[in-house]
Design a protein around this ligand. Structure first.
Ligand SMILES: [Zn+2]
Length: 98
């Protein structure tokens, strides 16, 4: 049985999504001197597209190929997270207009 500590159960909708951010910062804590970490909001991006899931143009942004997008970090873009949700649960989030 093979398992890695970074493997997470993710919804099918978020498969193939990577973290992109406008800024990056050196990871000085984990003993990986060349590692970069996203700084600021983490958006979701699908390779082959030029925009984040929330519609931001990513020209000049940093793609973190080793980081799959996850809705769990507090820095995750709420609009990108929403786009990864199944249609049904997205509807459930919609405010009821009276
Ligand atoms: Zn976003």
């Amino acid at each position: 049985m093979t398992a890695t500590s970074t493997t997470r159960t993710t919804p099918a909708e978020s498969e193939g999504l990577y973290v992109v951010a406008t800024h990056k910062v050196r990871d000085r804590s984990a003993g990986a001197p060349s590692a970069w970490l996203p700084y600021g909001t983490e958006h979701a991006w699908r390779p082959g597209t030029r925009r984040t899931l929330c519609g931001e143009w990513i020209s000049g942004w940093t793609v973190f190929w080793e980081r799959r997008f996850s809705a769990r970090p507090a820095a995750a873009c709420p609009r990108c997270v929403e786009q990864t949700l199944p249609e049904e649960s997205r509807r459930r989030l919609d405010p009821v207009s009276a």
